[in-house]
Design a protein around this ligand. Structure first.
Ligand code: ADP
Length: 680
């Protein structure tokens, strides 16, 4: 076995690979960019070497620098993780040239499957069913539009070199074809350096079902069953599970054998995934093969009791697959949720910032493969970040993968919902509350799965904000007054501190005070803020809010954890403060309450002032408006690329474009005005 490997990746997958290597007694070398000097993956590896600036093009994508580090540190093999160089055949060749083992398939298999178009031609020959479409070399826009017309709308455009849903465009009618093609090609060239596209019939209500395959160098090839990854947003996976609900043993065997045939057709070695798109009636078509370990591999590990990174290392070392097809059963059910720094309510826009606080569900165990002969850990968290780390605009905004196992789907679902309720993050927007609604919603619970599940259930998944419950307001009020008390008792000598004398404690007399909090709901309703009245008593308060009056007492406090009694009701929660923002976690929910501090400067909210600003730091990729142009509400004005996605900035209303402040290629900061706009 290898004695030392280099991990050419970052984040959770780098940490994940390091964990297995450590267990197997293999030393690890991390590489990192300037943005990642304090990253978790650097800390968990035995050695770490800086390879360049933050931009991936200058660091994690620099194969030559990474190979030089491997040679200099004496690593024998390179694990590429996923993304970055993992499916780069030139990199695999370059490793081989200097005698390094690339932990992945042969470069020839990557080349064969690297282009979605070429892979389809190959599969066509191997009699694997394909979605009707055009995957040839001709790229003339008029010709492609004719192909779209021939296929029949809706049509899906994909970047041939694509991945991660990037570049994909659904076209509803012929008139929209050219604009979608231009946008797809633009995203394809910037994400993959290749603007070749393919067009295919856009299936309605399909499921995404993929098969994990594994092959060794001795001619063995097995399938480790399926994963259902139908729950997606913007063609990107959100929830993944194994096994797929409703899968019959016959269909599983048919899909598994088709996947093995696909792998064998390209002389595959190592871990790979054959993706199929399936109709509700069970018929399935080949979509593509991913020639690497996938983000969602843990659900497969959980139901098969395997460690797929260990398998990768063994196979790369020339050893046989640890199990035969007959030995690969299915034990229980596993679900993975991807926890992202993003804002589901704002079209899943990535959110960047610092993880000021991160509390992960209890009873976590990172026992890969589970206890010998027993069940896997109930909850597993694969994360590449720790409290205090930043989610930067340079890389994928994934915070963690939360994976749960249950004896059956019902138990796995219950554990997922519980674990999400215990996951506390403060400092940036996350999709946790959204994921909780998703796994608790009827559609997912009853396995009514297809790739449109999120859009179809938008009403229940994106409910209008509700008023904060009295309990959450009471917890925030207690945390606030508790902090004031501490501040004033600790620093009462500080005369300039307004809180130095702000204590409410008066012997034998009641002292009243009114606190004001706002949240999304109060802002949306313009109903002003919540007024929380507190009347101080010797052993507690009387609380009055929303017309409710109740006695309030603190029964226990440990750090951020608070137990209170409100009238006859006991309430437990945790309150994390971030400046004037109180994050209240109670009853499995997260309330964000902003304290309207009477001592602070009156809200210096920046007036929108007719300027359209960048929603996040990024690059301008297209300017669609011209100075002096009259536009209609919603007209696209500027397209920015940030966090590997395109964001279109549209006109907020009818009006005039007075000035364009940036040009294509310019880098813009978060909140920077992009153009001056005068409403009509
Ligand atoms: P990528 O490599 O960018 O992830 P895929 O080809 O794997 O792209 O497709 C990603 C997702 O897009 C699929 O899981 C599915 O939801 C959707 N999709 C792909 N092809 C089709 C199609 N022909 N009809 C409907 N949806 C599709």
């Amino acid at each position: 076995m290898f004695t030392k490997i280099l991990i050419a990746n970052r984040g959770e997958i780098a940490c994940r690979v390091a964990a297995t290597a450590r267990r197997m007694g293999i030393r690890t070398v991390a590489v990192y960019s300037e943005a990642d000097a304090n990253a978790k993956h650097v800390a968990v590896c035995d050695e770490a070497v800086l390879i360049g600036p933050a931009a991936a093009k200058e660091s994690y994508l620099c194969g030559d620098k990474i190979i030089a580090v491997a040679l200099a540190t004496g690593a024998e093999a390179i694990h590429p993780g996923y993304g970055f160089l993992s499916e780069n055949a030139e990199f695999a060749d370059a490793c081989a040239e200097v005698g390094l083992v690339f932990i992945g398939p042969p470069a020839s298999a990557m080349r064969a499957m690297g282009s979605k178009s070429a892979a389809k031609s190959l599969m066509e020959k191997a009699n694997v069913p394909l979605v009707p479409g055009y995957h040839g070399d001709e790229q003339d826009p008029d010709f492609l539009q004719q192909q779209g017309d021939r296929i029949g709308y809706p049509v899906l455009l994909k970047a041939s070199a694509g991945g991660g849903g990037k570049g994909m465009r659904v076209i509803e009618k012929s008139e929209d074809f050219k604009a979608a093609l231009a946008s797809c090609k633009r995203e394809a060239i910037s994400s993959f350096g290749d603007d070749k596209v393919l067009a295919e019939k856009y299936l309605l209500r399909p499921r995404h079902i993929e098969i994990q395959v594994f092959a060794d160098t001795l001619g063995n090839c097995v399938y480790l069953h399926e994963r259902d990854c139908s729950v997606q947003r913007r063609h990107q996976k959100v929830l993944e599970e194994a096994p797929a609900p409703g899968m019959s043993p016959e269909r599983r065997a048919a899909m598994g054998e088709a996947a093995v045939a696909a792998a064998r057709a390209v002389g595959y070695v190592g871990a790979g995934t054959v993706e199929f798109i399936a109709n509700q009636d069970g018929s399935f078509y080949f979509m593509e093969m991913n020639t690497r370990l996938q983000v969602e591999h843990p659900v497969t590990e959980m139901i098969t009791g395997t460690d797929l990174v260990e398998w990768q290392l063994r196979v790369a070392n020339g050893q046989p697959l640890p199990k035969t097809q007959a030995e690969l059963g299915i034990h229980g059910h596993a679900i993975e949720a991807r926890i992202y720094a993003e804002n589901p309510e704002k079209g899943f826009l990535p959110s960047i910032g610092t993880l000021r606080h991160m509390d992960t569900p209890g009873a976590v165990s990172f026992e890969l493969g589970g206890t010998p002969g027993g069940s896997p850990a109930a909850v597993r968290i694969d994360s590449g970040v720790r409290e205090g780390d930043a989610i930067s605009p340079y890389y994928d905004p994934m915070i963690a993968k939360l994976i749960v196992w249950g004896a059956d789907r019902t138990q796995a679902l219950a554990r997922m919902s519980q674990a999400l309720a215990e996951f506390q993050i403060v400092g940036l927007a996350t999709n946790i509350a959204f994921l909780k609604r998703l796994v608790e919603g009827a559609a997912f619970a009853t396995a009514d799965l297809d790739t449109g599940l999120i859009e179809r259930n938008a009403d229940t998944l994106f409910p209008p904000p509700k008023a904060a419950p009295v309990g959450a307001l009471a917890l925030a009020a207690v945390a606030l007054t508790g902090a004031e008390k501490q501040a004033s008792s600790g620093q009462s000598h500080n005369r300039s501190d307004p809180w130095g004398n702000a204590l409410g404690w008066r012997l034998n007399s009641a002292y009243q005070r009114q606190l004001s909090f706002s949240d999304e709901y109060s802002a949306a309703k313009e109903s002003k803020a919540y007024k929380v009245g507190l009347t101080y008593r010797p052993h507690g308060w009387d609380l009055s809010v929303n017309g409710i009056d109740a006695e309030l007492a603190v029964t226990a406090q440990a750090g951020a954890e608070l137990s209170i009694k409100l009238g006859a009701t006991s309430i437990h929660g945790a309150v994390r403060r971030d400046g004037d923002t109180f994050h209240v976690f109670t009853g499995g929910r997260h309330f964000v309450l902003v304290y309207n501090d009477p001592m602070a400067h009156a809200g210096e909210a920046e007036a929108a002032g007719g300027r359209l600003t960048a929603p996040m730091p990024g690059k301008v990729v297209a300017v669609l408006a011209t100075k002096g142009q009259q536009v209609k509400k919603g007209d696209p004005l500027v397209i920015m690329e940030a966090m590997k996605m395109e964001h279109t900035i549209g006109a907020p209303g009818d009006g005039l474009v007075e000035e364009i402040l940036y040009q294509v290629g310019d880098q813009v900061a978060d909140g920077a005005p992009l153009l001056a706009f005068k409403a009509a």
